[in-house]
Design a protein around this ligand. Structure first.
Ligand code: SF4
Ligand code: SF4
Length: 512
């Protein structure tokens, strides 16, 4: 066995538990039922995309190199001997799976194919093969160098959403010691969905919830955990989250609307850290739901008909599906279930690299017809989901399959539905101003606000020599262009900021 195969095998050995060996390795009957539950197989008919194809490949390696009888039977040629060429040949199928777990529902033995795929990815990453996949390589390199899977800095993340929040005169608490909750937005959210950084703070402010953002970290490790499955870097980010929570003296940590984060923090953190995560984890929607039920936050159900897509990692894999039915009925007058729903719902086909891996583009489109049909059949005006990647996928699917036409928006994040219902109620009561000021900014002096507010943070940023260039970059950022399209006046505001930053930089240079 050469060194790369040795590394691959040692990762399997590290993560396969005794239960995995009894159930997931030795328990398969080879019946193929699992294939009938998987969109990747159903949509393509490709034999290599059957759930048990990947699992059988891991079994072969286990049996040859790790089972007690493997050494003898392998030498006798009774067990086949996988080579590094075999590893290379089969690597692509490990990223043509969203680790959604739907196949386990159809399996008479409950075999966990998603877990074998995940451990297989970890082995490909540890042995260096996965760097041939550009998406995986970028995630690993970006996270290693900047603690953000897209390689964005704290300055970049805060400046983008910060300018939009400042334009709307909305504040957020930054680095406030002693808050109840710490809120860190995952990289996919702060890179692709600026609404997450705008509407969530507005809801939390209006509800009077004690939370703080941190200037210490702007990613939760979602991509490195689920797409790259680099356990070492995931551990590093989990520990960094704990350190930030400790530094700020918070009591709990929010999980945002990100299916992968839900799974990481509720389930996988313990295995990766080898101990329980040090802070209680609470889903942000649970806290908002409680605020509504306690009368802290008013809502008025919206008029449009809405259907709900269950994120696999939230409903099937973390058991939070039922709470969303109760929540939907509070927010929407006409809630329509898609079929099938809850744990039997089909995957959005985007998570864990389904969409992010460029080579999957054609297959992703093809297999997404299943989700498109589910949405169409409800006849609902909108589809929503509490997961950033599901949302990106639903937006793609509704546009590609003609459900949304003429730039009409058919997909929304779940928090956007909450926001619409809250906004309606606050406007009715004449209390919309409540979205602007966080609880932890109330009755504070100027010095405190300068140190712990967005305005203070942006003022400090303006002194940075890179600020002017950063604004120029933001002006051509698709999120910013989109926001400007929806908020007439923002473009002018941004140009003014760019002009002022140029003047202040020139003044600074002249003075120096
Ligand atoms: S985990 Fe999901 S995507 Fe992967 S094989 Fe099973 S059903 Fe298919
Ligand atoms: S359904 Fe279960 S037992 Fe049958 S092939 Fe799939 S994983 Fe194996």
């Amino acid at each position: 066995m050469g060194p790369t195969m040795e590394k691959f095998v040692s990762t399997l050995q590290e993560w396969l538990t005794a239960d995995d060996i009894i159930q997931n390795i030795e328990g398969c009957l080879g019946c193929g039922n699992c294939s009938q539950a998987c969109a990747w197989y159903l949509g393509t008919g490709d034999e290599r995309l059957r759930p048990n194809f990947r699992s059988d490949f891991i079994r072969k390696i286990y049996r040859r190199y790790l089972s007690p009888e493997g050494k003898v039977l392998g030498k006798l040629g009774i067990y086949s001997t996988p080579t590094t060429l075999d590893l290379k040949r089969e690597m692509d199928v490990f990223w043509k799976c969203t680790a959604c777990g739907r196949c386990s529902l159809a399996c008479p033995r409950g075999i966990n194919n998603r877990r074998l795929t995940r451990i297989g990815r970890a082995a490909y990453t540890d042995s260096g093969f996965s760097k041939d996949n550009l998406t995986v390589r970028n995630i690993i390199e970006n996270t290693a160098s900047s603690n953000h899977s897209f390689g964005h800095s704290v300055m970049e993340v805060f400046a983008k959403v910060g300018l939009m929040l400042r334009y709307e005169d909305v504040e957020i608490p930054i680095d406030v010691y002693g808050a109840e909750y710490l809120f860190v937005c995952p990289a996919a959210g702060n890179t692709k969905i600026p609404e997450l950084g705008i509407k969530i703070p507005k809801i939390l402010n209006a509800a009077g919830i004690s939370y703080t953002m941190t200037s210490g970290i702007v990613d939760t490790g979602t991509d490195v955990d689920h797409i790259a499955v680099n356990m070492e870097l995931t551990r590093r980010l989990l520990v960094k989250m704990e350190e930030e929570a400790q530094r700020l003296g918070v009591q709990k940590i929010f999980v945002a609307e990100c299916g992968c984060d839900v799974r990481t923090f509720y389930v996988e953190a313990t295995e990766i850290l080898g101990r329980p995560f040090r802070f209680p984890i609470v889903h942000i929607d649970t806290v908002i739901y409680e605020a509504i039920m306690n009368g802290q936050l008013p809502v008025e159900p919206i008029d449009q008909s809405v259907t709900f897509h269950d994120p696999c990692y939230v409903t099937r894999l973390s058991g939070l599906g039922e709470q969303y039915r109760d929540f939907m009925n509070l927010l929407v007058k006409d809630f329509r279930e898609m079929t099938p729903n809850r744990e039997y719902n089909y995957c959005c086909n985007a998570g864990s690299g389904g969409l992010a891996v460029a080579e999957n583009a054609d297959i992703y489109r093809k297999i997404s017809v299943i989700k498109a049909e589910q949405i169409k059949n409800t006849g609902a005006e909108l589809v929503t989901s509490p997961c950033a990647i599901c949302y990106v996928s639903l937006k793609n699917i509704t546009e590609y399959y003609g459900i949304a036409t003429d730039g009409e928006r058919k997909a929304m994040m779940f928090f956007e539905i909450i926001y619409e219902a809250v906004k309606k109620a606050l406007l009715d009561k004449g209390e919309y101003h409540r979205v602007k000021t966080p609880l932890l900014h109330k009755d504070r002096d100027e010095l405190f606000l300068e140190r712990h507010s967005l305005n203070g943070f942006l003022r400090k940023l303006q002194e940075s020599p890179e600020y002017s260039e950063l604004l120029q970059r933001l002006a051509v950022n698709p999120n910013v262009i989109n926001y400007a399209g929806e908020n007439p006046g923002f473009d002018e505001y941004l140009q003014l900021q760019i002009g002022e930053s140029g003047v202040s930089q020139a003044t600074g240079q002249a003075a120096s």
